[in-house]
Write a protein of this length. Structure first.
Length: 263
């Protein structure tokens, strides 16, 4: 499945403007044959927007979700987008996957919050593995800091995730995560990982770009630079099956030795 990675910070503070950016990117992605378009973390509203996080937060089935469903259906491709999700009094840092038909397939709430900013603004999610079937692949959802915990990604591997979508807001000086950690996660868990970042200065943060889709061989199929960019790479189920057959990581595990990891 051709996967489009939208490396963009959009227009922080303006949902309407970001929907326009998404619509234009969806058109370009569809024209290039993509089956899914993935945005950065908190793309819908912006990341470093302070108290506007709570003001702009929407339910998973809110107006923005309806607008993105219309975009997905009109362009004929699935969309995974980062946004602040309101559920009652709680606000979560979430990613939602919408099908090419405009149906809501899966919604994930970030389980590992990074730094004081996120802990002040968001409630942690409690469901580590969220998946959906898409174009013959089992697609999993995760957000930024979550992928830096090997237990998180291994849980997806054991649940059969083929392609892990990871909207992110990776900032300086942690670019080694995009450059090194993400390809290793893909290799050690025998899956594709699409890691899609923001770019440029926003509030106190400097986002580093370097969005990538890494394969189960640990090789980056696509790598963005440091600016606004739409990049493409394929998640090939045949290559994935061959790689899993040749690489025994998961079958060679000895879970009985790992009990201390859960404490």
């Amino acid at each position: 499945m051709r996967t489009a990675l939208l490396q963009s910070s959009g227009h922080p503070g303006s949902t309407a403007a970001n929907l326009k950016v998404l619509d234009a990117a969806a058109g370009r992605a569809a024209a290039a044959g993509a089956g899914v378009l993935v945005t950065s973390e908190m793309f819908l509203t912006g990341y470093a927007i302070g108290d506007d996080v709570a003001r702009l937060a929407e339910p998973a089935d809110g107006d923005a979700a309806d607008a993105i469903a219309e975009i997905a259906h009109r362009h004929g491709l699935a969309v995974a987008y980062g946004y602040p999700e309101r559920a009652g009094d709680a606000v979560s840092n979430s990613v939602q996957l919408i099908s090419a038909e405009g149906a809501r397939l899966a919604n994930y709430r970030k389980t590992h919050l990074f730094g004081c900013f996120e802990r002040e603004q968001f409630t942690s999610g409690e469901q580590p593995v969220v998946q959906a079937e898409l174009n013959g692949l089992r697609v999993g959802l995760m957000i930024c800091y979550d992928v830096e915990f090997p237990e998180n990604v291994r849980a997806h591997a054991l649940a059969g995730t083929d392609l892990l979508l990871v909207p992110t807001a990776q900032m300086h000086p942690f670019q080694f995560v995009a450059e090194s950690v993400v390809p290793v996660r893909a290799f050690e868990n025998q899956m594709y990982v699409a890691y899609v970042n923001r770019v440029g200065a926003e509030g106190e943060f400097e986002f580093v770009g370097l969005s990538t889709l890494a394969g189960p061989d640990g090789v980056a199929r696509a790598r963005a630079g440091r600016g606004e960019e739409l990049v493409f790479a394929d998640a090939d189920p045949d290559f994935l099956a061959a790689s899993r057959a040749a690489n025994p990581y998961l079958s060679d595990r000895r879970p009985g030795l790992y009990g201390s990891l859960a404490s």
